[in-house]
Ligand binder design. Structure first.
Ligand code: COA
Length: 212
């Protein structure tokens, strides 16, 4: 088994969207992913992939993308497309001095194993590589797990957005971390610890965007 952090590809969207619908309401549309991967000049989408041997090819069937998401047919979040299994994914936008975590999620059955931290660390490293001066994100006020992960990487609350989430009007915390020298050193220690623990390959934060 090997773990890899890498840029998201079009072929990953089906697995990613399967996780997305289990985590967020509303989930991103298929076209949003295509845009972020293929067109956006500020977006850096990432997946955490596990490869166990060689995945069997999927039987050729005519099923719509939505059918697969809804679980009709043989689709699951794992080992489709003849690639590895996507454990989770994230997104980072880099605009001027700011890096913005646009999304992060781990397959619900695989949480609590350090995978979400690997994704966040990957995006943190990417923000540093792109010379961002700070990272921002929004998180539900009720989402204690995600907030704990963000605090571990130095994020703190800087504001509250009333009724930010349209599905249920929950408020969001704005969280932010400045990428100063102390934060970078702390990040490097956390990242090295994670690498020792999980031995993952990182072609995302250490590599360049596939579109150049
Ligand atoms: C947030 C999320 C990505 C974390 O992923 P994960 O793989 O479960 O988390 P990890 O195992 O990597 O844990 C990393 C840190 O998260 C926090 N954490 C994880 N599980 C936790 C729990 N049950 N209770 C409290 N904190 C927890 C801890 O700070 C932990 O660090 P530690 O191990 O040093 O204590 C995951 O819960 C998820 O996908 N949630 C749904 C989508 C979501 O809410 N995304 C955030 C949108 S802002």
């Amino acid at each position: 088994m090997s773990l890899t952090l890498r840029y998201m590809r079009l072929g990953d969207i089906r697995q990613v969207a399967t996780i997305d619908v289990m985590c967020f309401d509303p989930p991103w549309s298929y076209d949003s992913y295509v845009f972020e991967i293929n067109e956006s000049t500020v977006s850096h989408m990432v997946v955490l992939e596990e490869i166990i041997g060689r995945a069997p090819p999927e039987p050729v069937r005519r099923r719509s993308w939505l059918d697969r998401l809804r679980g009709r047919g043989s689709g699951s979040a794992s080992a489709l497309d003849g690639t590895g299994s996507i454990l989770g994914y994230g997104g980072l936008w880099k605009i001027d001095d700011e890096a913005h975590v646009s999304t992060i999620a781990i397959d619900p059955s695989l949480r609590g194993k350090g995978y979400g931290e690997i994704l966040l660390a990957g995006m943190f490293g990417k923000a540093l590589q792109l010379r961002a001066r700070y990272i921002v994100l929004e998180v539900r006020v009720s989402n204690a797990v995600a907030q704990s992960l963000y605090r571990k990487y130095g994020f703190s609350r800087v504001g509250r957005r009333k009724n930010y989430y349209r599905s249920d009007n929950e408020d969001a915390w704005d969280m932010r971390v400045s990428l100063d020298r102390d934060t970078r050193h702390r990040f490097e220690r956390l990242y090295e610890k994670l690498r020792l623990q999980h031995g993952f390959l990182d072609t995302y934060s250490r590599g360049s965007h596939p579109r150049g």
